[in-house]
Ligand binder design. Structure first.
Ligand SMILES: [Zn+2]
Length: 206
């Protein structure tokens, strides 16, 4: 599927337990990382009419980073960088694998080619994920899934008080959430770490 769809899927996984802005960003990025191996798209497109085109996209996309080892590296980086180390690492690993499942479901090429996931590379390509029901990358199903994920993202932002904009700018995030909540009884909330317990009140301290 498209990087935008993967981004939204990562954000939704991050909403399942990403405790703070930083960790949610890490989980979301983990869902997009496999497509870094699509770096050859533009060089290949620009040289397709040459006698010897640069075939980096054909050779490396769905090969370099669409495998289990890359998922483990991704989870390891999340473990190092996150505040809630283990929880974020597990969610990053989940987001990474949601990416693989989405590609498995809806990434059939325009020539009818089924994309396979060579999960055990670089050790062996003997076991590849394939699914005979795989639909086309530009199909209505992918558009429907994209719209559904976007709608859920907006609903969550309105309800929880943070959106994907927080990854790049807290100010833009507040403005977006404020716009969604305009006219509602929700008031914009500052970011809270969901694991931080509220202070005890005077009665419980006694
Ligand atoms: Zn992919």
């Amino acid at each position: 599927m498209t990087p935008t769809a993967h981004f939204l899927s990562g954000w939704l996984v991050a909403n399942c337990g990403g405790a703070n802005r930083r960790d949610r960003a890490i989980i979301t990025v983990a869902a997009v990382l496999p497509d870094l191996d699509g770096f050859g798209y533009f060089p290949e497109m620009l040289t397709q009419n040459r006698d010897v085109p640069i075939a980096w996209y054909s050779n490396w996309h769905h090969v370099l980073f669409h495998n289990g080892l890359s998922g483990l590296v991704c989870a390891g980086l999340a473990l190092l960088l996150a505040r809630k180390h283990w929880r974020t690492a597990l969610l990053a690993l989940a987001a990474f694998h949601v990416h693989l499942m989405m590609d498995l479901a809806g990434s059939k090429g325009p020539d009818g080619d089924h994309w396979a996931i060579p999960y055990l590379l670089p050790f062996t390509d003997a076991w590849q994920w394939t699914w005979s029901g795989q639909w086309a990358l530009d199909s209505w199903a992918n558009r429907l899934i994209g719209v559904a994920m976007l709608a859920l993202t907006v609903l969550l932002a309105r309800r929880r008080g943070f959106s994907p904009f927080e990854i790049v700018s807290a100010k833009a995030d507040r403005a977006f959430v404020g716009l969604l909540r305009r006219g509602s009884s929700h008031a914009p909330q500052p970011e809270q770490d969901t694991d931080v317990k509220p202070p005890m009140n005077a009665d419980t301290r006694r």
